[in-house]
Design a protein around this ligand. Structure first.
Ligand code: GRF
Length: 196
């Protein structure tokens, strides 16, 4: 299976995904694509010898259709079977997703369906939740919705801030996403659940 990974920033999730696709793993990374030219993840991908591409969203301004048309064109050249959104910070339109229905995964730093959208760690603390974590799901037209493929959980500590919590969730993302991708690429529907 051919995997394309979309990033916007540091790409730590992309890096763990790429490093996981070795040996008898049923998938291989074929492209890392960023919507920002200065994404730190691009250097990480090049160091791992994965082809990279940039489709900068800024020149397109509000013309989401034109941006997504370019994104689609570049993606199709890589002929991916699976697309992993990993720290990708652009909302994709339902029309775009129709090209990849059932083939696009995303990792979101909350225990979905709780806290769709942004500032998930602060919202979990503000709500007084005792547990938090991250979720990998199949991308559907509704934001941060879609079938859940895996979750990783941890306890929120009394002295946690949004920053300290985010820093403790990120390693869980790195543990969860590769496990989910391996099962998804092998056609194994068993959800992944990790507890810290
Ligand atoms: C992190 O905040 C993570 O929770 C979310 O995207 C952000 C950047 O991750 N998934 P990465 O290092 O670019 O993978």
């Amino acid at each position: 299976r051919r995997v394309a990974i979309l990033i916007s920033g540091g790409g730590s999730n992309m890096e763990t995904l790429v490093k996981s696709m070795t040996g008898d793993h049923p998938a291989r990374p074929v492209l890392v694509l960023s919507n920002t030219p200065d994404a730190g993840g691009l250097a990480k991908a090049r160091a791992l010898h994965v082809p990279t591409s940039v489709v900068d969203h800024r020149p397109f301004g509000k013309d989401r259709v034109a941006f997504e048309a370019e994104l689609l064109k570049v993606l199709k050249t890589a002929k991916p079977d699976i697309i992993c959104l990993a720290g990708f910070m652009r909302i994709l339109s339902p029309e775009f997703m129709q090209h990849w229905s059932g083939q696009m995964l995303n990792i979101h730093p909350s225990l979905l369906p709780k806290y769709k959208g942004l500032h998930t760690h602060a919202r979990a603390i503000a709500a007084g939740d005792s547990e938090h974590g991250c979720t990998v799901h199949v991308v559907t037209p509704e934001l941060d919705d879609g079938p859940i493929l895996g979750q990783a959980k941890l306890r929120i500590q009394p002295d946690d801030t949004a920053q300290t919590l985010a820093a403790r969730v990120l390693p869980l993302e790195h543990a969860l996403y590769p496990k989910v991708l391996r099962r998804f690429a092998a056609g194994d529907p068993t959800p992944v659940t990790l507890e810290q």
